[in-house]
Design a protein around this ligand. Structure first.
Ligand code: GAR
Length: 209
């Protein structure tokens, strides 16, 4: 079997600039990386990351969620079709700012991962950096986790932390967290795509095989 045939096929979903997506594309260039990015999709046709993906020679698609009004499942059915058509085996959310319903999450059970800009279970939801500062935490960071039906809850694959500085504001803190995201997301994808892990409740354990 050639390397490309044995690599897990991964779709990346974005809504914005796509810096995490770029870090995954870069990591996937390594010969021994167990995943290949087969497509990048967005719910926002104007997402800057789409162009960055095209520039890297990756197939892209966009499905404007506004066209579906309140019918989240209609949007997700089309999203699901796009992912299947691309042959995706794993779906990676990288700044994908659209809530996914149980319909979609169940179809991709244990094959759908997300990065969140906080040390979960602290600070699920939005505005994590401002909320971390307000709460006075001294450590903040990012989490890669499997997606379950409940938002920002799911077995934790990887975390990285940064020290909060006295002179931080949400922007400076967020910039350092983003650097950590760019490190831990490729590491987490490497583990999941390799298959050398097991899930035990909320714990993801490297099985070493
Ligand atoms: C990242 O900080 C990611 O953790 C966050 O959006 C940003 C996307 O940046 N995701 C969420 O907040 C998901 N709830 P990017 O487009 O440059 O990767």
């Amino acid at each position: 079997m050639s390397l490309n045939q044995s690599r897990k096929k991964v779709a990346v979903l974005i809504s914005g600039r796509g810096s995490n997506m770029v870090s995954l594309l870069e990591a996937a260039k390594a010969e021994d990386f167990p995943a290949q990015i087969v497509c990048v999709g967005s719910n926002r046709p104007d997402a800057a990351g789409l162009q960055r993906a095209r520039d890297a020679g990756i197939a892209t698609f966009s499905l404007d969620h506004k066209r579906y009004g309140k019918d989240r499942e209609a949007f997700e059915r089309e999203l699901h079709e796009e992912l299947e058509a691309a042959g995706a085996e794993l779906v990676v959310l990288a700044g994908f700012m659209r809530l996914l319903t149980p319909w979609f999450v169940n179809r991709w059970h244990n094959r759908l991962i997300n990065i969140h800009p906080a040390l979960l279970p602290a600070f699920p939801g939005l505005d994590t950096h401002a909320r971390a500062l307000e709460a006075g935490v001294k450590l903040h960071g990012a989490t890669v986790h499997f997606v379950t039906a409940e938002m920002d809850v799911g077995p934790i694959i990887a975390q990285g932390s940064v020290a909060v500085r006295d002179d931080d504001d949400a922007q400076t803190l967020g910039a350092r967290v983003l650097q950590v995201e760019h490190q831990i997301y490729p590491q987490a994808l490497r583990l999941i795509a390799s298959g050398a892990y097991k899930i035990d409740g909320m714990r993801v354990l490297a099985s070493g095989s």
